[in-house]
Design a protein around this ligand. Structure first.
Ligand code: FE2
Length: 295
């Protein structure tokens, strides 16, 4: 073989290698959203509100939303999720809905017997995916929750009592696919010293403007938006909220109330995320900021 043909062969190899290297970043960019969708961030923070009754100082509340069990998130990830939440040893676990991709999927989720455990209670509401037809599945889902020692809060509330001070936990039916009854839960929580409202869809919070008496809660915990699922520079590519980015992700303050919108755990439609990492939350409720430690 002459020097010329050896040189040509080496040049062809170099070009091929160059092409492969050029493809690598593109593949990484394409695979990154798939990788991100399979992650899970534990967000642990103090939630400070001077209105919190002293008896509930330090209450540890876990919030988990939008699991979307099914083809995109299997049983192994549900088990891993539950292990992580239970490892917090929270006082209360609130589950924000969208357990499956539809109401049959939600039933399948609860029939896994996921095993959430909290010191005081585990309570759950329903999301738009849980409220797809048939309508009769709602009662079956609530029954399945009870069979898991989980309290269904769908247009309902429970009031925790400690030394005569009260903290209400409440949620409605889903805002889009269900029949939310805000006046009913407002009445149920009217005498509570502090109320945590955890509707699936934060859009319902905008209804407070028309509710007689205004907001009946101090803290709202929501899901549904998935943080946009694919969000660029803080804007959802496709928003599942009728208010666009108003309740996209994170903390907001409206009408004197605090709102946390979680990115949630799973994904809808496609197993991809970008700019919206999957999240679970542990809030430690406090009436004032913890003093800074001094060295
Ligand atoms: Fe969802």
């Amino acid at each position: 073989m002459g020097k010329k043909s050896k040189g040509k062969k080496r040049a062809r190899k170099t070009v091929l290698l160059g092409k492969l290297l050029a493809l690598l970043p593109a593949s990484c960019i394409l695979l990154y959203p798939l990788y991100l969708a399979a992650q899970l961030d534990s967000v642990e923070e103090d939630y400070v509100n001077p209105a919190l009754p002293g008896a509930f100082e330090g209450l540890r509340l876990a919030f988990v939303s939008d699991i979307h069990y099914g083809a995109l998130l299997g049983e192994d990830r549900v088990r891993a999720l539950v292990r992580r939440v239970n490892a917090w040893q929270p006082d209360v676990i609130l589950l924000g809905g969208d357990y499956g991709e539809d109401s049959d999927g939600a039933l399948a989720f609860w029939r896994l017997r996921p095993g959430f455990q909290a010191k005081i209670c585990v309570a759950a509401t329903v999301g738009n995916h849980d409220r797809t037809l048939p309508e009769s599945n709602l009662e079956k889902i609530k029954e399945a929750m009870r069979a898991n020692d989980v309290i269904p809060l769908v247009n309902d509330a429970i009031v925790l009592d400690r030394q005569g001070q009260t903290l209400a936990l409440t949620s409605t039916d889903d805002f889009y696919n269900g029949c939310p009854d805000l006046p009913r839960i407002a009445a149920l929580c009217a005498r509570a010293d502090f109320t945590v409202f955890f509707p699936h869809n934060p859009d319902i919070l905008a209804e407070m403007d028309d509710l007689p008496g205004g907001p009946f809660y101090q803290l709202a915990l929501c899901g549904h938006t998935h943080g946009g699922q694919v969000a660029l520079f803080g804007h959802a590519l496709h928003s599942s909220s009728q208010y666009g980015d108003r309740y996209l992700s994170g903390w907001y303050r409206e009408n004197g109330t605090d709102i946390l919108v979680s990115n949630g755990v799973g994904t809808s439609m496609l197993p991809v995320r970008l700019g919206a990492r999957p999240q679970i939350h542990l809030l430690t409720l406090r009436s004032r900021k913890a003093p800074l430690l001094r060295e």
